[in-house]
Design a protein around this ligand. Structure first.
Ligand code: ATP
Ligand code: MG
Length: 306
């Protein structure tokens, strides 16, 4: 059975304007997406800036309201706050936020920030709690004396590590990680990613296709509020079908100097195809068409008229 199912999720933000500040249009931030998250597997959500990734994450953890659709956790609709409370959903599902400054309470010390979920859900004694927080700081590579400091005393990358430590403090069943390591230096990034891999069940939101390949079994590609393609790691990286996916994959930087020229040529070729065939892949509103199954695991947005 699925751990979490997202069904036909829509989030439309009203745009107000005019003299009476009435709703003149909507931003279709998320426009009918379906996801299926199973126990023990890791998932990636990729797409360019503004495609709606964070919005999906926030709806999943209950921080943003959906305009339509359902989010089912073990079969129960957690868009309803009463259901969330009843099944202790907030304990099971945590989020690491993209924006580390606004997600940490500036008036609290690191000890209180990280211990907050432990106090809410586990009720350890003071000594055990202190020890747990120290272990968590160690995992994310922060010095022990950080414990009595405030968020403003840290750099952006260090604050993100505090957010990671808080999210994993109670070993949640699922973590929505929104660009969790984009502000971290490579050594700490590897350390945090390896730790996440132990926890295993996560939805990893990122721009970085290289990291997602390393981290995720199943990947959703998103563009302008819809999924353009989803599939296993091999479906996406070895057999991409949608022009948008191909374009994203071609943009992964090549480390090998011998392959650099070849890669650049390939990127230019795909960019040309993207420009030439754009109207086959996107409707008049710039949205992709509905997904079609290519196999049990691989789905791709269809082309115009197909
Ligand atoms: N509170 C809001 N009110 C109005 N529009 C919003 C709001 N939050 C997000 N949006 C819009 O919804 C769209 C999706 O935003 P979202 O933050 O989900 O994108 P994202 O894929 O996470 O981008 P990034 O990679 O830059 O983090 C954007 O066009 C954004 O401007
Ligand atoms: Mg985002």
């Amino acid at each position: 059975m699925s751990l979490l199912e997202v069904k036909d999720l829509q989030v439309h933000y009203p745009i107000r304007g005019g003299f009476f500040n009435t709703v003149v249009d909507y931003v279709y931030a998320v426009d009918g997406v379906n996801m299926n998250i199973e126990q023990g597997k890791s998932y990636g959500l990729i797409g360019e800036s503004g495609s709606g990734k964070t919005t999906i994450g926030k709806v999943i953890v209950g921080l943003e309201k959906a305009t339509g659709g359902e989010v089912l956790y073990k079969g129960q609709n957690v868009l309803d706050p009463k259901v969330r409370k009843k099944i202790k959903y907030n304990e099971d599902v945590q989020m690491i936020f993209q924006d580390s400054m606004s997600s940490l309470d500036p008036r609290k010390r690191v000890l209180d920030i990280i211990a907050e979920p432990i106090r809410n859900f586990e009720h350890l004694n003071k000594e055990a709690e202190f020890k747990r927080v120290q272990e968590l700081l160690d995992i994310v590579g922060l010095p022990k004396d950080s414990i009595y400091k405030y968020p403003f005393e840290f750099s952006g990358g260090q604050r993100q590590r505090i957010g990671v430590a808080r999210a994993v403090a109670c070993r949640p069943k699922l973590i929505v990680c929104d660009e969790p390591t984009s502000a971290l230096d490579l050594s700490v990034q590897a350390q945090v990613l390896n730790y996440l891999k132990i926890i295993q069940n996560y939805l990893f939101i990122s721009h970085d296709l290289g990291v997602v390949r390393h981290m995720c079994d199943y990947i959703y590609i998103m563009h302008r509020g819809r999924f353009t393609e989803c599939g296993t790691r091999d479906d996406i990286y070895l057999n991409p079908q949608h022009i948008y996916t191909k374009r994203l994959i071609a943009s992964i930087p090549q480390v090998d100097p011998k392959k650099k020229a070849e890669n650049r040529h390939n990127r230019e070729l795909i960019e040309q195809i993207y420009q030439d065939q754009y109207t086959e892949y996107y409707d008049m509103g710039g949205k992709v068409y509905p997904l079609q199954a290519l196999s049990d695991s691989h789905f791709v947005a269809s082309k115009k008229g197909v």
